[in-house]
Design a protein around this ligand. Structure first.
Ligand code: GDP
Length: 456
């Protein structure tokens, strides 16, 4: 059954207890009533007050808290919002959440529900919502900078300005269609509309020209460690992860076949893959794993192909040419074991065919500083363009590409059919509207908000 009044939602918005402080937020029409029930009053807007928090049923004091009141519409969600900064103990938080549950019209928030209300009330557009999700997920400073710019309208404001100009151009064309017979309508309304569309086309194409690197910034530059068995791949990965770089999330996504380490190299995200687990197998499940591991290594931006230089045989003759990655660096490992002749041999063989050749000992750490500096420089260079990027997600790129196609169709309408031009301009405006969430987006909302945690 539908109730007339919208539910008031509440949640623990800070991290899991126990913690020094826990922030509980309440949003909706009953937020003020909830404060009256818990602390006996509603504080002045946007001013912190210290108050005893009581269980309304028993009158027991649960805690003393700093309490804030943000009346709508000038609040984070656009609704009335109350915020309690409690001591972050399990029992304190549970006591307050239980007391809130008992208040009529209040219920626990679903994941992302606060942000969803902010979107529905026009406080954030969809691209800002995505920026917020990225900001919460950001692991490195480069990711954080991009997410923050997106939250503040990097693409959203631009898309909205483009959409307004498109609608203006469309209005010219529609006026021409609707009032074609009337004497006081200027003959040529189409030319200025098309001139405007052409300029928009160029600006959107410019925004797309940045390529996909900003999208990549969200996942990190993928570096795969590969090479023959026993070359020292796992030793190298461990050394990098334990000593040479800040690990962001160790062994996240570890599977039987690919070990994955997220690193922060000078503020840039790098995902390191160890494909040592790649081995042939008759077992179907394992075969599938091996296939995926190979695929990931082949799709890597960079492969560190590790060779044991102390071993006999031509050092460089190791099959790295079969790897499909964008770039391959040869890593001569176990330098501590190699004699001078083998070192020289490796150096001359490898440098003649690949200018990125590093000689290291993963066991002793020799040569690691040079390799790590080269990796950081590579990541910095790879992501340099993202500092001015606008398009940070595949969803944005697809929307802008669609807009571009519609504009091209309008501009290429050779027969000058006004209805066709109007139709295409309308399609372009709709696509831009979908990007910011202004039109017709129910289907994508669930996808976007589902990634949020509860309390956000
Ligand atoms: P993977 O099969 O390529 O992952 O190779 P591992 O990392 O498991 O290393 C194989 C063996 O070589 C292990 O016994 C390591 O301790 C050893 N090893 C790896 N790197 C070095 C190195 O730089 N110097 C020496 N002396 N031994 C190493």
């Amino acid at each position: 059954m539908m109730t007339a009044e919208r539910a008031t939602i509440f949640a623990l918005s800070s991290g899991r207890p126990p913690a020094a402080i826990a922030v509980v937020r309440v949003s909706g029409p009953r937020a003020g009533a909830a404060l009256r029930a818990l602390i006996g009053r509603v504080p002045k807007p946007r001013q912190a007050v210290l108050a005893r928090v009581r269980d309304p049923a028993s009158g027991d004091v649960i805690d003393e808290a700093l309490v804030l009141w943000f009346p709508g519409p000038h609040s984070e969600t656009g609704e009335d919002v109350a915020e309690l900064q409690l001591h972050g103990g399990h029992a304190v938080v549970a006591g307050v959440l239980d007391a809130l549950s008992a208040i009529e019209g209040c219920r626990p928030a679903a994941a992302g529900e606060f942000t969803r209300r902010a979107f529905e009330n026009g406080r954030l557009d969809l691209t800002a919502v995505e920026g917020l999700a990225d900001l919460i997920a950001a692991e490195t400073s480069a990711q954080r900078r991009l997410a923050f710019r997106q939250l503040k309208g990097l693409i959203g404001d631009r898309a909205e300005a483009w959409r307004r100009r498109l609608i203006e151009a469309l209005a010219f064309v529609e006026a021409r269609i609707d009032f074609a017979d009337e004497a006081d309508v200027p003959e040529d309304l189409i030319a200025p509309a098309l001139a405007s569309a052409r300029q928009l086309r160029d600006e959107i194409a410019g925004a797309l020209a940045g390529g996909r690197r900003a999208e990549r910034l969200r996942d990190g530059l993928v570096v795969a460690i590969a090479g023959p068995p026993n070359a020292g791949k796992s030793t190298l990965l461990n050394r990098i992860a334990r000593r040479e770089a800040a690990i962001v999330s160790p062994y996240a996504g570890t599977t039987r076949d690919v070990i994955e380490v997220h690193l922060d190299l000078d503020g840039y995200p790098v995902t390191l893959l160890d494909t040592a687990g790649i081995r042939d197998s008759d077992e179907p499940v394992e075969q599938e794993g091996v296939r995926r591991a190979r695929e990931r290594a082949a799709a890597a931006d960079l492969v560190l192909w590790v060779i044991d230089v102390s071993a006999a045989g031509r050092a460089a003759d190791t099959g790295h040419k079969g790897v499909g990655a964008a770039e391959i660096w040869l890593i001569g490992n176990k330098f501590d074991l190699a004699d001078d002749k083998r070192r020289a041999n490796f150096a001359s063989n490898c440098t003649s065919e690949n200018r990125f050749t590093y000689m290291i000992s993963a066991a002793t750490g020799e040569g690691m500083a040079t390799l790590m500096a080269a990796l950081a420089a590579h990541a910095r260079q790879y992501f340099a363009a993202t500092e001015s990027a606008v398009v940070t997600r595949a969803r944005h790129r697809q929307a802008l590409e669609e807009t571009l196609s519609a504009l091209d169709r309008a501009l290429n309408e050779r027969d000058g059919r006004e209805e066709v031009i109007a139709e295409e301009l309308r399609a372009a405006a709709t696509t831009l509207g979908r990007l910011t969430g202004r039109v017709d987006v129910e289907d994508i909302l669930d996808v976007i908000f589902r990634d949020f945690c509860i309390g956000k």
